[in-house]
Design a protein around this ligand. Structure first.
Ligand code: SF4
Ligand code: SF4
Length: 290
């Protein structure tokens, strides 16, 4: 029948109107079921399915409970256990950010060598479009999406250009906002840590086995090292031996010279004897009248 839908809709509105009054008369109105009281005035409400009457909330005193995957602008994670930023200043997030609203300055050591830590990190939150690309691409789980959407300020600059200090939150804050994602990531991190520990242990064992094998196969390696005194004594011994050898070589060189002189003297004596024998023979021949 014409107008039935219209009447039905008006009936629903009227029911909400009356339910709001009856619900508000209860000690705890149904919309506050499971709500979290922040302070005297503010509370976070998770509109329950049993809610009757009023569907709007009284912002800013009342706020909606945000779903875990709600995202607004990024935040940088401070690793409380390690006492350092998770960010290594690799710059991947800045590269993939579609509106290019991330600036990073890498830190340096005392020698001017770049180190894996950001000295400065800025995000222009007025430009950020909450796409979450930066968090998706970060290899170190160092940047995550914050739930904080109350960023209103009077001046855009410098208030909406967040620096490292404004962006950094402890890992516990992230764990409270994103409990499911945090638990899944921690599981992966624990697995990777265990794997790294196992690899390290294997490496250590292999190095020990290699050292043992070298010790067994190489006798010299097992020999104790000589002291300086022992080395000096060995040097002195070697020098003495060399000097003795040299002296021995000199005598040997003189021996042939002595032999030659003796042979020459012998030869001279022989010549003399021959000459005297020839003279005697000539004398005898003369005396015999021949
Ligand atoms: S937040 Fe992640 S991706 Fe961005 S610079 Fe730091 S470590 Fe790299
Ligand atoms: S959420 Fe998107 S726009 Fe915002 S900083 Fe990350 S990558 Fe850039």
């Amino acid at each position: 029948m014409f107008g039935t839908g219209l009447l039905k809709g008006l009936g629903v509105t009227l029911k909400h109107f009356t339910d709001t009054f009856t619900d508000d008369r209860r000690k705890e109105p149904s919309r506050y079921e499971g709500s979290i009281q922040i302070d005297d005035k503010r509370r976070i409400i998770d509109q329950p399915i049993t809610q009757e009457g009023l569907l709007t909330i009284q912002y800013p005193e009342e706020r909606r409970l945000l779903p875990e995957r709600f995202r607004y602008i990024p935040m940088l994670i401070w690793d409380t256990e390690a006492g350092e930023d998770r960010c290594t200043a690799c710059g991947i997030c800045a590269k993939v950010c579609p509106p290019q609203c991330i600036w990073i300055v890498r830190d340096m050591d005392e020698n001017g060598k770049p180190i894996t830590r950001p000295a400065e990190f800025y995000i222009d939150v007025a430009v950020c479009m909450s796409c979450s690309f930066c968090t998706e691409f970060c290899p170190f789980d160092a940047i995550k999406m914050n739930h904080d959407y109350e960023l209103a300020v009077y001046d855009r600059y410098p208030h909406l250009v967040y620096d490292k200090e404004e962006l950094t939150v402890p890992v516990e804050y992230y764990a409270a906002l994103w409990p499911t994602q945090y638990a899944a990531e921690e599981e992966v991190r624990a697995r990777e840590k265990e794997e790294a520990r196992r690899r390290e242990e294997e490496k250590k064992k292999a190095a020990e086995a290699k050292a043992k094998a070298k010790e067994a196969g190489d006798g010299d390696a097992a020999k104790p090292r000589r002291t300086k005194e022992e080395l000096d004594a060995l040097k002195a011994q070697a020098a003495a031996k060399a000097a003795a050898a040299k002296a021995g070589d000199g005598g040997a060189a003189e021996a042939p010279a002595a032999d030659d002189a003796e042979a020459a003297a012998k030869k001279a004596r022989l010549e003399e004897m021959k000459r005297k024998a020839a003279e005697k023979a000539a004398q005898r021949k003369k005396e015999s009248g021949g």
